[in-house]
Design a protein. Structure first.
Length: 225
């Protein structure tokens, strides 16, 4: 099977983005690309092959591709919610509101669980597509895009670009929040150490329970008689 490389520029739709789980990197499934600009104006260059075999020669794969697109769109919705929770977390950490932090963490755990379930559904669909098209094990999204028909290719590329943008932003926010939390813990520990230094020397007793005898050096400055 012969194929040639094509460079495709993809620009995601603009719009606002609406644990213990953490997003630290972009899954390899989404295929790495070069990032340009900010989240609202981000482009990816995706190198993909154009095989001689197309979806038209395997119509039984159509429903599987449709299922994959539907799952990817659901993942985008969940990651938008997770993105919002990370933004909220940053604000909550700056205010040191413990109750709000617990509530936000609960939401994050729910979103992470949903994302994990959708990821498993997506993986099963990808394996079915790979088996039908003889693509080997665990093909990435760019490979699947290259084998899709024109009608589905646009939707898949849009999902790919939007998911990558979301996950890159979530990963960045997670690192920022972690640094903010570490900073907060540092000052808390300093306060604890300070309190400890006040309380410990104030005790007039040794470890044996007897009154501590302190060694005080000095000289007599006045004597009567």
């Amino acid at each position: 099977m012969f194929c040639h490389a094509r460079e495709t520029w993809v620009r995601p739709r603009s719009g606002s983005l609406s644990s213990h789980g953490e997003v630290d990197s972009v899954p390899s499934f989404l295929a790495p690309g070069q990032v340009h600009g900010t989240f609202d104006d981000r482009r990816y260059v995706v190198y993909q092959s154009e095989p001689t075999l197309h979806l038209g020669e395997s119509p039984d794969v159509y429903p599987l591709y449709d299922s994959l697109i539907a799952t990817l769109k659901q993942e985008i919705g969940v990651y938008r919610d997770l993105h919002t929770s990370y933004i909220s977390e940053k604000d909550i950490l700056s205010r040191s509101s413990l109750d709000e932090l617990y509530e936000n963490n609960s939401k994050k755990e729910t979103y992470i669980l949903k994302a994990r379930i959708l990821g498993e559904v997506r993986d099963k669909t990808v394996k079915k597509i790979a088996g039908s098209l003889d693509l080997g094990e665990d093909p990435d999204l760019s490979t699947l895009i290259s084998y899709s028909d024109d009608g589905r290719r646009g939707s898949l590329m849009e999902c790919q670009s939007e998911l990558r943008a979301l996950l890159v932003d979530i990963s960045d926010l997670n690192k920022q929040n972690r640094a903010l939390l570490d900073s907060s813990l540092f000052y808390v520990q300093r306060a604890i150490d300070f309190i400890g230094h006040i309380v410990s020397p104030g005790s007039g007793y040794a470890r044996t329970g007897r009154l501590a005898v302190r060694n005080i050096n000095g000289r007599v400055v006045h004597r009567e008689g």
